[in-house]
Design a protein around this ligand. Sequence first.
Ligand SMILES: *Cc1c(COP(=O)(O)O)cnc(C)c1O
Length: 340
Amino acid sequence: MTAPLRLRLDAAALADNWRTLDRMSGAAACGAAVKANGYGLGAIAVAERLAAAGCRDFFVATWAEAERLAPLGLSVSVLHGVRDADMPLALAGIARPVLNSEAQVARWRAAGGGACDVMIDTGINRLGVAPKAVRDGLLDGLAIETLLSHLACADEDSEMNARQRSAFAGLAGATAARRMSLANSGGIALGGDYAFDLTRPGIALYGGIVRSDYAGRIRSVVTPQAQVLQRRTVAAGETVGYNATWRAPRASEVAILNLGYADGYVRGFSDTGTAGEGRLPVIGRVSMDLLALDVSASPDLGEGDWVTLDFALPDAAAASGMSQYELLTLMGQRYDRVWG
Ligand SMILES: *Cc1c(COP(=O)(O)O)cnc(C)c1O
């Protein structure tokens, strides 16, 4: 049975975005962050398509995410490393942990773990071991595939970017790591100095424009569509939706769509979202499962017809007050995800 709401997912745009980021990464390899269910698109579908395009390095946050990808037989790194509870899966070799703390390094050593990655904290103060601990020998003898660090301000022109880059570059040769990796989507646009051996874009693969450098180069991948459940004429002075926030200034044509905030079409789109390339404004509050549009500009639109929401990520973020990351990762489970 087809659902009354779907995500149109553009496979060619996804592959093109990866090729663009791969090219911008210069001699470095270009991987892919597919955590959070592939930023909401579906991790397996995304990973299969990126692998076919040539991507070889995949990043997830947790072991449950790694387990879901395991049947694909890809090279996967688990960004959050290993808790005690993760050790059975980690030692089974379905993915490499990205060790993030001295405790995780000790846990991995004690278990006789094999190849691993290690995260260095160069200033974001989130996850990672200190450069000084590395210089003092913390990682000696570990079979490190990739040494990673992560930029705090890659989507801005911040002096912190260069500071983090040089702190990371200072560790070249300090470990047995085969490769070094620093740049996420924003970091790739900062230039070749940031690429090291491997880049790790996420949001830009999926159509996010996190720096102006990407405008016109990164293609939109995700488009939500929903079916009209009902069309009605609302008399002048009547209101539409919860809390009666929208009042018809004149007799108005209104369509009710099968889409709401439980699907990630957040309440921030109330009175600000649009559909049909700007012709059909969202009116009143977005409900959990429903949405009202002023469809005066579409006289033929009726029950059962599909409506395409305007969802270019920078515009949608501005309209809703959410980040591009949130708009993607909040998309719910009720959509049919249709690749074309
Ligand atoms: C999520 C994540 C990425 C990808 O970041 P984007 O901003 O989506 O490109 C890369 N590296 C790490 C460590 C991450 O957590």
